[in-house]
Design a protein around this ligand. Structure first.
Ligand code: NAP
Length: 483
């Protein structure tokens, strides 16, 4: 048996996606001392941090502060950030693989799941991830002025304007799904702009929310209270909002035998049911806003002649053989806004392996499977590996597993550093592509803090790509002529 090669040249790894999963992979690659590694963390957006910036609710300050830890990883020796570079457009996967030793796919789950019911695309029906992207100031939902219509138009390609209009025309909203995103959406929809002023929301988002009239938000669970996907801390948070009544229909909380078994075997389910039961005992206080939690109902149609006026629901039950079934009993819940918050879905990256049936990159312990075989230089981590589940920290253990596979492959001689340092930079330079580095992010960071201070806040997110690029630009030396 031959001993594993002693690599003297650094292993060059490109991580596609600068969200938590990609940055945790960069961390796992560079905290080990077995071999030198250079990591390029590439993102199509001008800024790093993925869902920590564009998914975690703006009022969840502690979770958003994970950004600082992620930023320290981007600053580690051997790690470089390449923002504003789109793999699949600026460079193909094949070109990228040609200039690094290994690629790690960490590009997340960029699409939303659908309900596949009539009326789902009526004006007034929105995907939860789109609403989240809007209130977090994502450039995809805040296009630059020149890419959308004139300010007074109803040009539908500016999804940000569409979202503002829909939110501001509603007094009652329905959120389909009982996961943590549904809780985030419900909170943001009932909170006033004043209550959100201590967040880093973009100025235009906060101003838009100031015109909101929503008093009632209905959260719908297609199964019973023992089957929610909430984490209990996030659920309890709703109960702490001032001037808000939580409306839970007590009979919905009766547990059938399968629910009793779920509660007995799952501590989170038991805690969530206990929280809901306590809320069901609270008499209404006459608060000015309400969040209603409904269980055992599934949406069968989004209703409205031209725009949403309500949602038709069917009562559900668990059949004797354990399946969720409709009872045939339907009713219409009036609402002007329907937000489907039923999860995310991974999408294909051109040139990368992808399994349409799962919405993920196929893999074995993080090693990508291409055309039925393990690929020698491709790895995967995060939501595009395991699906859109878990909390931010789940991505850390996930990345550790993937990087352990990668390092084992180096030890086994299956992945060999080929002296590719600098090849990615040369390729980008040849193409005339200027990636944004960590220093550029720090200029954006400083600009967001400055903008926030001007509005009496700690920071304000720059929502448009054009604003991010302007803030990222290095200051030019001013000569007396230009002063
Ligand atoms: P999720 O946790 O998967 O929840 C999706 C919900 O949608 C489930 O209640 C599911 O019910 C329901 N659903 C799915 N299809 C449906 C349909 N056709 N009709 C009605 N209901 C349907 O997804 P998520 O809320 O988007 O969250 C994604 C991930 O991000 C989760 O891991 C979540 O914990 C995490 N996250 C965490 C935080 C936090 O920690 N603060 C915040 C936001 C997100 P069934 O169970 O019946 O399928």
């Amino acid at each position: 048996m031959t001993a594993p090669a002693e690599p003297s040249r650094p292993l060059v790894v490109a991580v596609i996606g600068a969200g938590p999963s990609g940055i945790y992979a960069a961390e796992a690659l560079t905290v080990q001392a077995r071999l030198p590694v250079e990591v390029a963390v590439i993102d199509r957006l001008p800024v790093p941090f993925g869902l920590v910036r564009y998914g975690v609710a703006p009022d969840h300050h502690a979770i958003r502060s994970i950004r600082h830890t992620l930023e320290r990883t981007l600053d580690r020796p051997g790690v470089s950030f390449y923002g504003d570079v789109t793999i699949g457009r600026d460079l193909s996967i094949a070109e990228l693989r040609g200039c690094v030793d290994a690629v790690v796919y960490a590009y997340g789950a960029g699409a939303d799941r659908r309900l596949d019911i009539p009326g789902e695309d009526l004006p007034g029906s929105l995907a939860g991830p789109e609403l989240v992207a809007w209130y977090c100031g994502h450039p995809d939902v805040h296009p630059d002025a020149h890419t959308s219509g004139p300010a007074d138009s109803t040009y539908e390609s500016d999804r940000g304007r569409v979202v503002v209009r829909l939110v501001n025309q509603a007094s009652s909203a329905v959120v389909v799904g009982v996961g943590n995103v549904a809780l985030d959406v419900a909170r943001v929809l009932v909170k006033t702009a004043d209550e959100l002023a201590d967040t880093d929301m973009a100025v235009e988002v906060l101003e838009s929310l100031g015109a909101k009239q929503i008093t009632d938000v209905h959260i719908l669970g297609r199964r019973g209270p023992a089957y929610t996907a909430f984490t209990t801390k996030e659920l309890r948070e709703l109960g702490q909002l001032p001037d808000l009544d939580l409306v839970v229909h007590a009979p919905d909380l009766d547990l059938d035998p399968s629910s009793l078994a779920a509660v007995a075997s799952d501590k989170v389910a038991a805690r969530n049911v206990a929280v809901l039961r306590e809320w069901a005992t609270r008499p209404p206080s006459g608060a000015s806003r309400r969040i209603h939690l409904h269980f055992w109902v599934r949406p069968v149609e989004v209703v409205g002649p031209e725009r949403v006026t309500g949602i038709r629901l069917e009562r559900t039950a668990i059949s004797p053989d354990g399946y969720l079934v409709g009872t045939g009993e339907t009713s219409v819940l009036a609402a002007e806004l329907v937000v489907r918050s039923v999860g995310y879905r991974g999408v294909a990256l051109p040139g990368a392996p992808y399994d349409e049936s799962t919405g993920r990159v196929p893999h074995a312990e993080g090693r990508v499977i291409r055309d039925g075989d393990i690929s020698a230089d491709e790895y995967v981590t995060g939501w595009i590996k395991r699906g859109p589940t878990g909390v931010i920290g789940t991505n850390k253990s996930d990345a550790v597993e993937t990087v352990a596979s990668l390092l084992a492959d180096v030890d086994a001689g299956a992945l060999v550093p080929a002296g590719r340092s600098g090849a990615l930079d040369r390729l980008l330079a040849d193409r005339g592509i200027s990636a944004l580095d960590l220093a550029a992010w720090r200029r954006i960071d400083a600009a967001e803090v400055q903008l926030g201070l001007r509005h009496g806040r700690l920071r304000s997110t720059l929502a448009h790509r054009i604003e991010l690029l302007a803030a990222a630009a290095e200051p030019t030396c001013q000569t007396p002529d230009t002063l």
